[in-house]
Design a protein around this ligand. Structure first.
Ligand SMILES: Cc1cc2nc3c(=O)[nH]c(=O)nc-3n(C[C@H](O)[C@H](O)[C@H](O)COP(=O)(O)O)c2cc1C
Length: 342
């Protein structure tokens, strides 16, 4: 089916194609009938493929990475396509439009994307209403990825993250803290070990308070960039382990540009994803795993588009895998390709 739809979608401007797909999946996610229709094609859930991380169990190792369902409108239908779990967001406290368009580009020869979306978000109020109204149709782990508003000065970033944690806490099975998007000014500075320690400390102490109220300990994972210098990984891992973070998601998109890229958009500013990111992301996962061992689970993401790529992430130390770009190029058939690993 996707092989019929894809040429039509790829004739459209990328963000328009994205919006059509999300609007369709959102409409299905919002109705019991729509979800019944979706479930007809759900692959059987095999217990053999189940995976546990951060005290959560997903029916398979392949999750949808953050950024596709930014406003949490389509996660039940995305799950019904076969993803083991969905990470929604990044959500920011207040609504914001993101960067000027165009801001999403296809590098079709490499099956890659460059994006500089800049956290376009419906804002927290609408986001949690979206989750609340759709959760009924969803039966897996829901990760919620949080970020800061562009207008919040970086020195006040902590306020945005702590606010976001509090608001999403009742709805999230885990919270992913995004300090690694290349498209929000200075965001990646928060990965500096001392700054990250302050942020993590604030989030974990807020979590202790929320846990008392909600009677639930929601795991917190930190999402890192692939562009971190190798020597910074040791101190970051040490700090994450000592502070008591629950997991790491590696990696976000890269600001680097491999020389071999082709096509008219290769010079666009933004984060590069898909196969050209794969080796870099896998190296970072291996580096993190060297320091973390099995103490903290690593969710591996970056350029995975088939079972072999997923196996490389797992060999490097990832417990589970997420994808985004391959879903754009391969559609729901991606999940069938990945299942052959199980
Ligand atoms: C268009 C687009 C938007 C994204 N938005 C987000 C986001 O809001 N938050 C986030 O943590 N990652 C975001 N990502 C990064 C993905 O979650 C993922 O980490 C990255 O694309 C690498 O995986 P992939 O090669 O499988 O796409 C985005 C990626 C793309 C392509």
């Amino acid at each position: 089916m996707y092989s019929l739809i894809k040429p039509l979608l790829f004739r459209l401007e990328p963000e328009r194609a994205h919006n059509i797909v999300i609007d369709t999946l959102a409409a299905l996610s919002g109705s019991a009938m729509g979800m019944r229709a979706m479930r007809v094609r759900r692959p059987p859930i095999s217990k053999a493929g189940a995976v546990s991380f951060m005290n959560l169990t997903a029916s398979n190792r392949f999750g949808l990475a953050a950024g596709l369902d930014k406003d949490a409108r389509a996660f039940p239908a995305l799950r019904a396509l076969g993803f083991g779990w969905i990470e929604v967001g990044t959500v920011t406290p207040r609504p914001q439009p993101g960067n000027e368009k165009p801001r999403l580009f296809r590098l079709t020869n490499e099956r890659a994307l460059i994006n500089r979306m800049g956290f376009n978000s419906c804002g927290m109020g609408q986001f949690i209403r979206n989750i609340a109204s759709r959760r009924l149709h969803y039966d897996s782990i829901l990760g919620v990825n949080i970020g800061k508003n562009a207008r919040t000065p970086i020195d006040r970033a902590e306020d945005d993250y702590v606010y976001a944690l509090e608001k999403v806490y009742p709805y999230a099975d885990y919270v992913a803290v995004n300090v690694s998007s290349p498209n929000t000014q200075s965001l990646r500075d928060l990965q500096h070990v001392e700054r990250l320690k302050t942020l993590v400390g604030a989030l974990l102490s807020k979590r202790e308070k929320l846990r008392g109220i909600d009677n639930r300990r929601v795991p917190i994972a930190i999402k890192l960039a692939p562009d971190l210098p190798g020597e910074t990984l040791g101190p970051i891992c040490e700090m994450l382990r000592t502070e008591g973070v629950d997991g790491v998601i590696a990696t976000n998109t890269t600001a680097m540009r491999p020389k071999a890229l082709t096509g008219p958009h290769k010079g666009q500013t933004g984060g590069l994803s898909g196969p050209p990111l794969e080796a870099l992301a896998t190296r970072v996962i291996a580096g993190l795993h060297e320091h973390l061992g099995e103490d903290l689970p690593i969710i591996g993401v970056g350029g995975v588009e088939d079972a072999a790529g997923a196996a490389r992430k797992i060999s490097a130390g990832a417990r589970a895998v997420q994808c985004y770009t391959a879903f754009i190029y391969r559609g729901p058939g991606l999940l069938e390709r990945l299942q052959s690993l199980v």
